[in-house]
Ligand binder design. Structure first.
Ligand SMILES: Nc1ncnc2c1ncn2[C@@H]1O[C@H](COP(=O)(O)OP(=O)(O)O)[C@@H](O)[C@H]1O
Ligand SMILES: [Mg+2]
Length: 233
């Protein structure tokens, strides 16, 4: 069973095609890595799947149900959550206030559960602006986990963290996804992290799918190597 499926997804910015007829299917329970050089269209794909983008076309299915015409909020209520590449938190609100806000319309307002899972209990009553950057990123993830989504789209959740912190965050995520039965599509630029937690990887380049496969297949794919070397500057 595919948890989330995008078929023929296209997204234009004026005359520029940022996402060009991309199709992707992530089976239930999988942690899928989404990689590609800067500007490849990774965030755009997450936007289109989550219903955020305008000027988009194509079909999105969530556990077989066509949700293409659903708004962001309707998708969220159907079990599709996302996080953003840049933090989406309100700096002036406390950790628990933000989680309460996110839980307002959730069928399962699991604020306490999420606080515990992400180790945010000690910071619950601190303003988001006053906690460490690493804890802010965990709060981003926590916000996406409110309501126990069935599918999580994560756009560089470990951006700005050290290698060690990224690895710990990734392992925590893998463990949580397994216990909750969440399917994950994760954008992550660190290859060690991606190869460490994903069974399957999709590579985007210039708005198209360049390759798809296991970490072993992706690592030795000559087109993938060229795409990365070509954008090394
Ligand atoms: N708001 C926008 N207006 C115009 N072009 C955009 C906009 N957002 C993104 N793009 C372009 O779309 C392409 C894909 O961007 P993005 O999805 O952010 O890439 P990635 O997340 O893989 O780095 C890039 O060429 C980027 O410059
Ligand atoms: Mg991006």
């Amino acid at each position: 069973m595919n948890a989330i499926e995008g078929i023929d997804l296209t997204r234009r910015y004026g005359g520029f095609i940022a996402l060009d007829s991309v199709s992707i299917a992530v089976s239930e329970g999988q942690i899928r890595g989404l990689i590609g050089p800067n500007g490849a269209g990774k965030s755009t794909l997450i936007d289109v799947l989550s219903g955020r983008a305008e000027n988009r076309s194509g079909t999105v299915r969530l556990f077989g149900e066509d949700i293409s015409s659903y708004s962001v909020q309707e998708r969220r209520r159907s079990g599709l959550a996302r996080s953003f590449q840049r933090t989406n938190i309100f700096p002036g609100l406390s950790v628990v206030e933000q989680l309460d806000l996110a839980a307002r319309y959730a069928e399962q307002p699991n604020v306490d559960e999420v606080l515990h899972e992400l180790g945010l209990v000690p910071y619950a009553f601190q303003r988001a602006a006053d906690i460490s950057y690493g804890d802010q990123r965990r709060l981003d993830l926590a916000l996406a986990l409110i309501g126990r989504p069935r599918v999580l789209l994560l756009d560089e959740p470990a951006a700005g963290l050290t290698m060690q912190e990224s690895m710990e965050a990734a392992e925590m995520l893998r463990d949580l996804a397994q216990r909750w039965g969440v399917t994950v599509l994760i954008v992550e630029h660190d290859m060690d992290v991606v190869f460490g937690i994903c069974q399957h990887i999709t590579v985007l380049h210039l708005g198209k799918i360049l390759a798809e496969g296991s970490p072993q297949e992706i690592k030795k794919n000559p087109e993938v190597i060229t795409a990365y070397l070509g954008s090394a500057a």
